[in-house]
Design a binder for this molecule. Structure first.
Ligand SMILES: CC(C)(COP(=O)(O)OP(=O)(O)OC[C@H]1O[C@@H](n2cnc3c(N)ncnc32)[C@H](O)[C@@H]1OP(=O)(O)O)[C@@H](O)C(=O)NCCC(=O)NCCS
Length: 173
């Protein structure tokens, strides 16, 4: 599993987290309990720090980076879908950052919010709690509140899936 220290910056991975062997973690990266990090995800904590809470899935191909001025902070019980890119932003708890979306420096996604597939949340963008942002650039959908339990099923699924991978994944080549 490619997990690298950069000088004295070293990843901290909770013993109950699952990091797939093809994910890459570098530097100041903290991963919480029951969080899972899937193949080809890259979490590069070089200029600043990256923190991911508990039970969050960081799915395949996701890139998490940070800047000297903007750490990346991802809450608990979140879903970061395939190929997402979060750079120097803050994401609250129970958020869906859907496949292929981009969340840029200084952006704040409040708890329970959704960033739709393929959306781009601009620099310093803001998605209020339990609202949904769609499109490029992302716009908050008017008159719509995200259901409270929108991502809870996916969160549970990934926590269980990580246990299966931990026990059953075997490399065959
Ligand atoms: C954002 C999302 C959750 C919205 O789902 P939904 O609430 O069921 O929304 P609907 O499909 O009913 O669409 C509602 C409106 O939003 C639009 N819309 C939905 N998703 C959109 C997207 N990603 N980008 C732009 N517009 C979108 C629809 O066209 C529709 O517009 P209209 O009202 O003008 O007809 C869903 O489209 C999505 O992006 N899911 C991603 C799932 C994912 O990435 N999972 C990670 C892997 S587990």
């Amino acid at each position: 599993m490619p997990i690298y220290a950069l000088g004295d910056r070293e990843p901290t991975i909770h013993p109950d987290a699952y990091v797939h062997p093809d994910a890459t973690l570098i530097g100041a990266v903290t991963i919480g309990a029951h969080t899972s990090v899937w193949p080809r995800a890259v979490l590069r904590g070089d200029y600043g720090s990256i923190t991911v809470g508990e039970r969050t899935s960081v799915q395949d191909g996701t890139v998490l980076h940070c800047t000297q001025f903007h750490p990346t902070v991802i809450g608990s019980d979140c879903v970061l879908g395939h190929n997402t890119h979060v750079e120097g932003a803050t994401v609250g708890d129970r958020c869906l950052i859907a496949s292929g979306s981009v969340v840029l420096n200084g952006a704040v996604i409040e708890s329970g919010a959704v960033v739709g597939a393929g959306a781009v949340v601009s620099f310093n963008g803001h998605v209020p709690a339990r609202r949904m942002a769609l499109g490029v650039p992302a716009r908050v959908r008017e008159g719509h509140e995200v259901p409270e339990d929108m991502v809870s099923g996916i969160v549970r699924l990934y926590v269980e899936n990580a246990k299966v991978y931990r026990q059953q994944l075997r490399r065959l080549d």
